[in-house]
Design a protein around this ligand. Structure first.
Ligand code: GGG
Length: 344
């Protein structure tokens, strides 16, 4: 039976509540399937900064390096010092954010199933910002290599999903002719390697509108860093909000899984936050482990977690935001129960 070392960062705000809940789910996974997860709890984020004057300590970075994978809760004001930095340090160039409607969740339509493939290490989030003679400047970095690898990731993902076989590149090449121009040009080039996949392009402003008008038409959306961050929050609202939005930061060697949202400080201690974002991030983590290590137990476990989430939502076993009466941790317990009876 395989054992995986998981670097675990509970984070800030509602992060520890979501982490405790997700651990309940992963405990059921280990009881039901032939796999072991050895968690190594690590510090990072606002609380860590307040206590130690550093948001991302060296030992956290080193522990992630020594782990098979990392599962991270949300962090607050220090997001740029933690997750944005980790993406650069570990070259986690692909930010995968699925947007999917689940039965029982109040959402715009019940047939939404799309995924954002957001470039994660370049663009305006590179952090090249400075002031010069009273003028604040930010550099937007777009490289051919960065565009090639994210575009290829998007096409490979579309092929693997085998659904609508469509990749939509979202950019603003009519205005940002050089940076978005390069991104669009490279996406078109890579599209030629995948003749079985329909490729189209949309300007980011039009895409933000069409996401609301006809979200069911999208399959895989590939885009640059900041556009992807903004559009994926917008799209999450179509399927019930950020509580339903998991995310993966993936490179060639390392991967970090997290809920898309922030630390929601105003909700701390109420125990009403929807934990599905982090539970579904754990499902993505199991999927990645299954692919990376060729482990069928992880694949079954990932399916079980998604089944558990879908079943509990369908039965109304959810938090008050979705009309249920469960606390955050109780949602995890309900998902865990479904996992124990899941047939792979
Ligand atoms: N709007 C959701 C949120 O606050 N997410 C945390 C965040 O800002 N993460 C940085 C990123 O994903 O680039």
């Amino acid at each position: 039976m395989a054992t995986y070392r998981v670097a675990l960062i509970p984070g800030d705000g509602i992060g520890p509540e979501l982490t405790e809940t997700t651990l309940k789910v992963l405990d059921a996974v280990q009881r039901r399937f032939r796999l072991r997860l050895k968690f190594v709890e690590l510090e990072a984020g606002d609380r860590c900064f307040e206590r130690r004057g550093v948001a991302l300590p060296e030992e956290t970075i080193e522990a992630i390096r020594r782990s098979h994978v990392c599962l991270k809760g949300p962090v607050g004001e220090t997001a740029a010092d933690v997750i944005v930095r980790l993406r650069m340090l570990f070259d986690l160039y692909a930010n995968i954010r699925p947007i999917k409607s689940y039965p029982g969740v109040p959402c715009l339509r019940n047939d939404i199933d799309l995924v954002f493939v957001r470039e994660n290490t370049e663009g305006l989030y590179k952090g090249f910002e400075f002031t010069l003679n009273g003028v604040a400047l930010g550099l937007r970095v777009i490289t051919r290599r960065g565009c090639e690898r994210i575009a290829r990731k998007a096409f490979e993902l579309a092929k693997g999903r085998g659904k609508k076989l469509r990749v939509t590149a979202v950019h603003k090449a009519n205005v940002m002719r050089v940076t978005c121009g390069l991104f669009a040009e490279v996406c078109r080039e890579i599209a030629k390697e995948y003749p079985e996949i329909t490729f189209d392009e949309q300007y980011v402003d039009a895409a933000s509108m069409r996401l609301i008008k006809e979200p069911q038409k999208y399959d895989v959306i590939v885009t640059t860093n900041m556009f992807g961050d903004i559009l994926s929050d917008e799209a999450a609202q179509l399927v019930g909000g950020l509580g339903m939005a998991p995310g993966a930061n993936i490179g060639d060697r390392y991967a970090i899984f997290e809920p898309v949202h922030g630390s929601a400080p105003t909700r701390v201690g109420k125990h009403t936050a929807n934990p599905c974002s982090m539970i579904l991030a754990a499902k993505m983590m199991l999927e990645w482990l299954s692919e990376r290590y060729g482990d069928p137990a992880c694949k079954c476990a990932a399916s079980a977690v998604e089944f558990g989430v879908a079943e509990t939502l369908r039965k109304g076993l959810t938090v008050p935001d979705f009309g249920g009466s469960l606390k955050t941790l109780e949602v995890g317990e309900a998902v865990a129960e479904e996992i124990i009876s899941f047939k792979c």
